[in-house]
Design a protein. Structure first.
Length: 167
């Protein structure tokens, strides 16, 4: 099987998306000055970033913040990737909703209807032997957490301005 087909299978499963959004939400809450949770809209932006190889690659603890992340595309003259983010968010709507649904049904996330915020739950079960995450998925989970921390430093309109998306 080609590597493209294999990558498509991995990224196209909302189960992986549920894990990444859970980690994103954990990072957001941990990074927020008062521990607040992100609103649901941010999960759609995060999902579009976290499921694209070129968009997720520059996410790391080596970067200071969201501004540094955006500058990395401008420095490489890859700003067209960010300009395409709005359409990726629209493309991934169904995927993101399915991922949120799975995360809620599996007890990873709780969506507070009145405020529109999504809270992470603590998972106390340990993975059984042979059921641990692949290193790539674990690495992407760490990146999701970093992205959540970066998002927690800004309000919705600032995130939209940096990433050039409209909510």
């Amino acid at each position: 099987m080609s590597s493209f087909v294999e990558e498509y299978k991995i990224w196209n499963t909302p189960i992986l998306g549920a894990y990444l959004l859970w980690r994103f939400t954990q990072g957001y809450c941990a990074g927020h000055e008062i521990g607040d949770a992100p609103i649901g809209l941010l999960h759609f932006v995060a999902s579009a970033i976290l499921t694209n190889k070129r968009l997720i690659q520059p996410v790391s603890n080596q970067r200071k913040n969201l501004q540094s992340y955006v500058r990395s595309f401008e420095d490489k003259k890859d700003s067209d990737i960010l300009l395409n983010l709005q359409s990726r968010i629209k493309e991934k709507r169904g995927y993101t909703l399915a991922a949120i649904d799975i995360a809620i049904s599996e007890g990873l996330l709780v969506w507070e209807v009145e405020s529109g915020k999504i809270y992470p739950r603590k998972v106390t079960k340990k993975a059984r032997k042979g059921k641990t995450l692949r290193p790539k998925i674990k690495s992407d989970g760490n990146k999701a957490e970093v992205l959540g921390k970066w998002f927690s430093e800004h309000d919705l309109s600032t995130i939209g301005a940096y990433l050039k998306v409209v909510f």
